[in-house]
Design a protein around this ligand. Structure first.
Ligand code: KG4
Ligand code: ZN
Length: 349
């Protein structure tokens, strides 16, 4: 592995949703991680508005890049490769960051890596815990995805996925039912920390025997979402107060329970002994605790990056760019399009 000072400097750009992120790494060392968010502009609509987010990326990109370079103490001339999210994500948003990355790569005469946002959510852990092993299971849980990926170097196989809502999406939708601000995920987390997770037994999707036979490692979170909505409605109809903290804690328990049991089953079936967890939903405190208990307790090596690296950021793209470069993946062509539906199995476009 290259030493600290001669490892390549990779500039990473994230713009798949509402965060404009620019990160800079030197090998596994994080030099800068600058993020500007347009979330406040979307909150009143109850969801991210793509046109507003794209415009916000345009406005935020240059100042965010300048701040990242200054923090890192590097000049553009010292950058060895440029990485940007090529997908999945919102088309207009992706296009802003990817176009900026292409312009920089062209101007600097350096390789471009159009990286996969989902893979980057797991690879960012290298900046905290060092090089990933050659074979591992990744659980990526975000606002748009909940997937179990078997990763062997640059080969990625999706062994499980949600059949409907993603874990974060489920929390955000329940947040709306409970009258919480958007996105509901972090608010439900906070409420749940004060509640009783055993207060209400919400359904665990796809865990009945016949479901497990067909979908051993797949998830379904739309049933639990509906169950929470019905439970709350029934309370309201009866004129009874809704115990928000217990509802939140019980929902978190139900979701974390299924994520952990299926992850452990997938690890046992594939003989993997390292788990990397990533994506915005991996900031959830109940999930983080349960993963340590269930997966760590089963003797597996658990790697969950600190919360600041779980939600979208530029450092994850820089880390993914370094991963691609180190593994000898060919750089992307300068005419790659943004790919809103980029397959999870593709590390680089
Ligand atoms: O990875 P991310 O920042 O964006 C996507 O790629 O989707 O994930 C955002 C998702 C949202 O659904 C948000 O509610 C959820 O992550 N989230 C959380 C927490 N922090 C963020 N969900 C539960 N608990 C949290 N602490
Ligand atoms: Zn994300």
């Amino acid at each position: 592995m290259p030493s600290k000072t001669d490892a390549p400097v990779v500039l990473g750009i994230e713009s798949s949703c509402d965060e404009t992120g620019v990160g800079i790494v030197r090998g596994f060392e994080l030099l800068a991680d600058q993020v500007a968010s347009s979330m406040e502009q979307h909150a009143r609509f109850g969801g991210v508005i793509p046109e507003i987010a794209s415009r916000a990326h345009l406005e935020a990109f240059v100042p965010t890049l300048a701040a990242a370079l200054e923090t890192a103490g590097v000049t553009l001339g010292q950058v060895d490769a440029v990485a940007a999210t090529a997908g999945p994500g919102l088309m207009g948003c992706l296009t802003v960051g990817l176009s900026a990355a292409k312009a920089l790569a062209l101007k600097l005469g350096k390789p471009l890596y159009g990286v996969n946002h989902i893979a980057a959510h797991g690879i960012v852990d290298e900046l905290v815990d060092g090089e990933l092993p050659g074979r591992l299971m990744a659980l990526i849980v975000s606002g748009g995805h909940s997937s179990l990926l078997l990763v062997e170097g640059t080969h990625v196989e999706e062994v499980g996925r949600t059949l409907d809502d993603a874990a974060g999406e489920c929390f955000d939708k329940v947040g709306r039912v409970l009258g919480l601000p958007y996105p509901g995920g972090p608010h439900i987390d906070k409420l749940g920390q004060k509640g009783d997770p055993k207060a209400i037994r919400f359904p665990r999707g796809l865990t009945r025997r016949q479901d497990l036979e067909k979908h051993p490692y797949d998830f379904s979170f739309s049933g639990v979402k509906t169950a929470v909505a019905r439970w709350v409605e029934a309370r309201e109809d009866a004129g009874e107060p809704v115990p928000l903290e217990d509802v939140a804690a019980s929902l978190a328990e139900a979701v974390a329970d299924v994520l952990c049991s299926k992850t452990l089953a997938a690890m046992r079936a594939t003989g993997t002994t390292t788990l990397v967890v990533g994506g915005g939903f991996s900031a959830n405190s109940e999930l983080r605790a349960k993963i340590q208990d269930v997966i760590g307790g089963a003797g597996m090596d658990v790697r969950i990056p600190p919360i600041r690296y779980c939600t979208d950021n530029g450092a994850m793209c820089a880390a993914a760019g370094y991963y691609a470069l180190r593994h000898g993946l060919p750089p992307s062509s300068l005419d790659i399009p943004a790919d809103s539906g980029m397959p999870l199995t593709q590390l680089v476009a």
